[in-house]
Design a protein around this ligand. Structure first.
Ligand code: ADP
Length: 477
């Protein structure tokens, strides 16, 4: 049984109710979390406010940095334990779970170093004045975290918020949150004062909604679906609470005829099979120059057929999806493809050892998907890659920009001038040229435009979102 973590103490929900945690690899329950309610959330917000006012605001930036660094080292010491927890919770292959624990440590390391490098400016003004700006923390920040990368998203969101001097109330996803409860304990062990990191588990429509509504939350970071992002904005707007939204994408991988396919092919595959396609920045649309469309699809088709899906602990190319509803969602997209006579190029295989009760889905490559079809417009959040061909650069740009999303894009071409033109013309928060995802990129600002959300997480840029700017004008004559 798992408990909320409030004011450095394991705390049961006042509801007395719990939610069963299912192992996605076999669909069986193996633990329980608290099904928290608005009263539990209120307790966490009060603890956070108390922690902020009594202790945390007295920490200098350098002291905060040292504490974040201690947590980073502690996470590294416990990396095996944390990755094992995340592996079971999310159904991640071992390599992925380990990479996630390493990324969590890296976020805290990065933000540890950033704490005392965040500063304002002086502004030249009228004679007799001095004007300066201060970057001040919002206060109590709320973090609503999805189930696909609990550790990574906690690291980027909470790491940045703490570095900027905030205290945090975290609402992880009901499907996967056990690693974060453990990280909060490790934070207490390295000396984080009570109330600085609080975790309250439960359903989104209950405790998540309570977080978005709570007047004691001064800023909300939300990562999740566009539909819930809209709800959060609406609720937060009632009290003019600032929000940062990361809502996913339908990111294109754009391959020109002069591309280095040796480099592009593995990146295209890992861009869609990583975490079984349950990645906001998955490269889920493949736009290919007509001149190389057939040979590239043939090559990718062979590679897809060799992909293997199985229980997380088998550490294959893909693990299971998070839950049955997610599996059903992918099936619905694939049956829509059949109805629309969309051609399947290839599919990987679910291994025989995979229990029937697990949530498995073979990676699937589809071709000639019409630009307006929902498979080319909506986020599947599963291992489904849709391929389309383009005639020339203008056509590629038009297709790349023709979705409601704008999170990430990959461009594969040897032509230097075209690399710059494409980077300028594509409407998204990140553009990768001759690579995709840049190995995680803790340092690289991340976020979207259009339905992918707004605000930036990761990198130093995130610290601007976790602070509010105060202008001080002094008239001294
Ligand atoms: P998914 O459909 O992939 O689970 P969601 O957007 O529903 O994505 O979930 C992302 C996070 O948002 C989770 O922590 C979830 O519990 C939370 N959430 C869901 N509904 C709400 C809501 N109405 N208000 C606040 N948070 C919510």
């Amino acid at each position: 049984m798992q408990f909320n973590y409030i004011a450095n103490a394991c705390t049961p929900s006042s509801s007395g109710r719990t939610i069963a945690m299912l192992d996605p690899s076999d669909g069986q329950p193996y633990d329980e979390i608290q099904r928290s309610n608005a009263a539990d959330l209120d307790l966490a917000v009060r603890a956070a406010r108390q922690g902020l006012e009594a202790v945390w605001h007295k920490f200098s930036a350098a002291e905060r940095g040292r504490l974040l660094m201690r947590l980073s080292l502690k996470i590294t010491e416990h990396a095996d334990e944390l990755s094992a927890i995340e592996q079971r919770d999310c159904g991640k292959p071992t390599k992925q779970a380990r990479a996630d624990a390493a990324a969590l440590a890296r976020y805290f390391e990065f933000y540890a170093g950033a704490c005392d490098k965040l500063h304002g400016e002086t502004i030249p003004y009228l004679d007799g004045y001095s004007v300066l700006t201060w970057r001040e923390p919002h206060g109590v920040t709320g973090h609503i975290i999805p189930w696909n990368y609990p550790m990574q998203i906690f690291g980027r969101s909470v790491g940045g918020a703490l570095a900027a001097g905030n205290v945090c109330v975290v609402k992880p996803a009901e499907d996967a949150c056990l690693s974060l409860l453990r990280v909060a304990q490790l934070a207490a062990e390295v000396g984080f004062p009570a109330g600085v990191i609080n975790i309250v588990t439960g359903y989104g429509h209950e405790v998540g909604d309570a977080l978005a509504r709570h007047p004691g939350i001064d800023h909300i970071s939300f990562t999740g679906s566009p539909a819930i992002g809209t709800l959060i904005q609406q609720v937060a707007a009632q009290r003019h609470c600032p929000v940062t939204l990361e809502l996913g994408g339908k990111s294109p991988q754009i391959v020109f005829a002069d591309a280095d396919l040796e480099a592009a092919v593995p990146a295209i595959i890992s861009g869609i099979v990583q975490n079984s396609g349950q990645t906001c920045s998955a490269g889920s649309r493949l736009l290919v120059d007509l001149a190389i469309y057939e040979p590239l699809l043939e090559r990718l088709g062979q590679a897809f057929e060799n992909l293997r899906v199985g229980p997380a602990a088998m550490d294959l190319d893909l693990g299971p999806l998070i839950r049955q509803q997610q599996q059903q969602r992918v099936w619905d997209f694939l049956s829509d493809a059949q109805v629309a006579n969309i051609t399947m190029v290839a599919q990987g295989k679910v291994v025989e050892e995979a229990p029937q009760t697990g949530f498995y889905q073979a990676p699937t490559l589809l071709r000639d998907v019409p630009v307006t079809h929902r498979l080319a417009q909506e986020e599947v959040f599963g291992p489904v890659l849709v391929a389309m061909s383009f005639r020339d650069e203008d056509h590629a740009v038009e297709m790349a920009n023709a979705t409601p999303f704008g999170l990430v894009a990959g461009v594969w071409t040897a032509d230097g001038a075209r690399q710059f033109r494409m980077a300028r013309r594509i409407r998204s928060g990140q553009v990768f040229i001759n690579n995709y995802g840049a190995g995680g990129g803790v340092e690289l600002p991340f976020g979207g435009i259009k339905s992918s959300g707004y605000g930036r997480e990761k990198g130093v840029e995130a610290l601007h979102g976790f602070t509010t700017l105060k202008t001080v004008a002094i008239k001294h004559g």
